[in-house]
Design a protein around this ligand. Structure first.
Ligand SMILES: *Cc1c(COP(=O)(O)O)cnc(C)c1O
Length: 411
């Protein structure tokens, strides 16, 4: 099956007992068994079954099956949020004294997670310009245990050379983790470019309707867990093979940290996922047209969108993302006042900190999601005072353009 079909049918057949076509919401914590023998077998892993929703539940499980298929992976784990997914991956692989090599200009929450939260536990992170693969290589250390990149950095809109960075990771014998939130499996299957682990904030495009927070981890099957530098996972691989990493998370890290999603959120995400391929087509087409419109507008100082030939990442985005530039763009209006004026004048576009919603959203990154960082730090993250970020929705393009035109006229 191909992507449009998989998004609707992948990993779930109508419920055997009732024939329900929508995946039922198993709003329960625990699961009862007839006999002590049965429950002990499920605990031992010798019989299939669900025991407790913090570990597994059939509704999130259906979402995991569908995401595994869409990413072409060997298995998935869905989490309470995108941050929970990244936390699990790092906590599942690293120990005190280990090092993360990450691209700079990634999602601010992830920067803080690496720097502040994991920093407290003695895991150090180096952030390197995503455009500079050579500099990434220079910053590899003996104790580097994973490389982390985003498919499109936000708000810099930079696209790392994923296949080259995958080679780098594999020469060092460590996994490449790719946060593909901005691209989704519809624009890129990172597996095909060498990525070992894919993470998503499903809160964004995958859910698509801004109604439930969630995250996902997909093991692409590229990394051989029986070889890597992770002793405990190597040991697990003797029994679990390629599923060793996900088993390590499910039975230890994810379970202990309590990263499970609410079944109702997984249901809403599954519903949103059905239309993801069609929505991504429209997000990308609208963003492309809006970028071109803004680039020609006299009040706009600059536009940054990987789908514009003026972007230094245009050729790479065309190659990696199947000829598309994604649904997010940034543009500059010269100063903070103008940026605020524009945002206040929009009528259709909503001012909020989210992205990947069906609705068009605008945001002033410097005073919102990046407000806790100093000016120099903001600059290094690609944030400027005059920047407006747009998550381009799937409304009729003419309505989006008219709203932007009238708001620009007032700025
Ligand atoms: C939003 C986002 C996250 C965090 O996801 P939450 O679901 O908000 O926890 C991580 N990475 C990227 C690229 C994001 O956009």
């Amino acid at each position: 099956m191909k992507k449009h079909t998989l998004a609707i049918h992948g990993g779930y057949a109508p419920d055997a007992e009732t024939g329900a076509t929508a995946p039922p919401i198993y709003q329960t914590i625990s699961f009862a068994y007839q006999t002590a023998e049965e429950l002990s077998e499920v605990f031992a892993g010798t019989a299939p079954g669900h025991v407790y929703t913090r570990i597994t539940n059939p509704t999130p499980y259906a979402l995991e099956q569908r995401l595994t298929k869409l990413e072409g992976g060997v298995g998935s784990l869905v989490c309470s949020s995108g941050m929970a997914a990244i936390t699990c991956v790092v906590a599942g692989l690293l120990r005190t004294g280990d090092h993360v090599l990450s691209t700079a200009g990634i999602f601010g929450g992830t920067v803080s997670l690496f720097k502040n939260t994991f920093g407290r536990f003695g895991v150090e992170t180096t952030f390197v310009d995503a455009a500079d693969t050579e500099e990434l290589a220079n910053n590899l250390r003996k104790n580097t245990k994973l490389i982390f990149v985003e498919t499109i950095g936000n708000p810099r809109m930079d696209v790392p050379d994923i296949p080259a960075i995958a080679d780098l990771a594999h020469q060092a014998g460590i996994p490449l983790v790719v946060d593909s939130t901005l691209t989704t499996p519809i624009l890129i299957q990172p597996k095909n470019w060498g990525a070992d682990i894919v993470v998503h904030s499903t809160s964004k495009f995958i859910n698509g309707h801004g109604n439930s927070i969630g995250g996902a981890i997909i093991d692409t099957g590229n990394f051989s867990w029986s070889d890597g530098p992770f002793e405990d996972i190597r040991e697990l691989a003797k029994k679990a093979g390629q599923l060793a990493f996900l088993a390590q998370l499910r039975n230890l890290i994810y379970r202990d940290l309590g990263c499970c999603p609410a079944p109702f959120n997984s249901f809403l995400t599954l519903t949103g996922l059905e239309t993801l391929p069609g929505r991504m087509d429209r997000h990308c087409a609208n963003a492309q047209q809006l970028a071109e419109f803004l680039q020609k507008h006299p009040k706009v100082c600059w536009v940054n969108y990987p789908g514009l030939p003026s972007s230094p990442f245009y050729a790479r985005a065309q190659k990696l993302f199947d000829g598309r530039g994604g649904g997010l763009l940034t543009f500059g209006l010269g100063n903070r006042n103008a940026a605020f004026g524009f945002i206040n004048a929009t009528k259709l576009a909503q001012n909020m900190t989210n992205l990947g919603d069906a609705k068009t959203l605008v945001l002033h990154p410097a005073s919102t999601i990046f407000h806790e960082f100093g000016l120099d730090e903001q600059k290094s993250m690609g944030v400027s005072e005059d920047m407006v970020r747009v998550s381009v929705g799937i409304e009729d393009f003419d309505d989006i353009r008219d709203d932007f035109a009238q708001a620009l006229a007032q700025t």
